[in-house]
Write a protein that binds this ligand. Sequence first.
Ligand code: HEM
Length: 567
Amino acid sequence: MPILMMDMLKQDSILPGISNQTGLIGLTIISLVFGLWHLSTATDIPHIKGIFEIPSSLPITGHLLALGPDHASVCEKWWRQYNRSIFQIKLGNTRAVVVNSFEDCKRMLIGNQSAVIDRPTLYTFHGIISSTQGFTIGSSPWDESCKNKRKASGQALGRAKIRDYFDMFDLESYCIARDLALDSCNGQKEIMIRPYIQRYALNTTLTLCYGIRMDSVYDSMLREILEVGSAISLLRSASENFQDYIPIMRYFPNNEKNRRSKELRDRRDAYLNSLLNQVREMIRKETDKPCISAAILKDQETKLSGVEVSSICLSLVSGGFETIPGTLTSCIGSLATPEGQVWQEKAYEDIKRMYPDVRDAWRNSFQGEEVPYVNAIIKEAARYYTVSAMSLPRKTVTDVHWDGAVIPAKTMILINAQAANHDVDHFGPSASTFNPERWLDSDGTLSPATEKIPTGLQHFSFGAGSRACSGQIIATRLLYTALIRLLTSYRIVASEEMPPNTDYVDYNQFKSALVAIPVDFKVRLVPREGVEGLGEKGTVEGMLGECLEDARGRTEGYYRVDEGVKV
Ligand code: HEM
């Protein structure tokens, strides 16, 4: 080749008016530019014919910059702007198909269940953070191990098992009411609710996995798990993690993302190992509580490897600790507003209709979801505050045929759950307002509230189809129990100095995180009838005092708070 070039240079000019040397340099530059252009715009999956592509993609970054931190809202805007509910975008070198409308999300997730059963793997989350404990179920590609893990978690979290968790629902929801009463001086001080709900969610899954719980809302281990978990959730998001889609960035010197990922991985390993060692110790002393890891450590379950057990526990702990507080805290924010006072009153009346004695409402709160108005509030909170706005990404395992186009295997599929949950074509013109009564046939004004008979999928907050949320039954019961107990104890009123943000986008303070974290707000808890306030020794009196005392006696021996677990 070099000899050929030398020969060319020696020949007379091939292009009139341009020397061969200049021509060759020009040709080299053009090839280089073409090569660089090709390299910087190429994607794992080539352009998909028949699926609209959002214009103005840039070389190297694709649409990443245009998407900004809030992918769900930008994609929702693009859907309306270009009038295409399904379109393709480029996340750096990765092509993704985004689905927005309610009907299209349903068609993609339910109509193509087995084709979209896979999940993509990402460099930072899968390659660095998950290198020691294995992938969580929600981030595992679909293979034999994922199938086993999903089956095991499905069994542990299924409807048949829920009875086994009554004690823990009772205890943990009692602790919320107990500590809110004490820390707010039974309503005299305004208070932030989220920390109490974080402990509720985390303790539930820790109990389930390890038989361990923490009593203090500000326990150091509890705060460490929440802090590390939230930081890791940030490292899973595309907008925070360009290196997943622009591979050259991984080799930048002093790579801060890699350093941070390793640090978080080590911190997570420390508390997970500490929890597992604690279970081993309890087994040795024969003081262990029935839980997933003890069952497997004692070899009652056979098919799962050690890494799979860690992965299941990690999945359950990380599945609930942000989603439940995100949903319940924002729900309380909406109920605390002036309009929300009406919904609270109707819910309270509906609870009293079912349980004229509030103590019965407390005792039954974890056994079933009997109060229609409260069920409606829960559905609306899950829909309106879509805490996992872009759901969890999927990947096709086989071709998906879509209106004449073929989405090939191995394509990333992004479900815009926030857009689907606020689709006016499905939910009507009031889709962007919080209104629990959309789920009711009768709103409780003239006759008792009655729930609409569910016809198919209600919303996308738990995903749908083959990889839908494994924890939705438990999650719904947790929301229900906590709401029944809170609504019968207090009327919840928004603080004037620190009111809640109830916009379905702006309520979230970290738009780039995988799961929303509501902006902090405070509420005033106005004791309900028969709740007289704090007694001389700081004990709560009246009906709430009775409910608390009843729950304390019942839950006393349920689970031990182990002082030994420290990181
Ligand atoms: C309000 C609470 C919750 C919300 C909004 C929520 C939401 C979600 C979403 C959107 C997905 C992805 C679904 C899909 O791809 O179609 C998911 C998956 C998952 N969730 Fe939840 N979740 C919640 C609570 C929980 C709880 C309490 C647990 C466990 C105790 C849990 C365990 C899981 C697991 C294991 C997966 C992965 C399923 C798979 O990939 O096969 N979730 N969740």
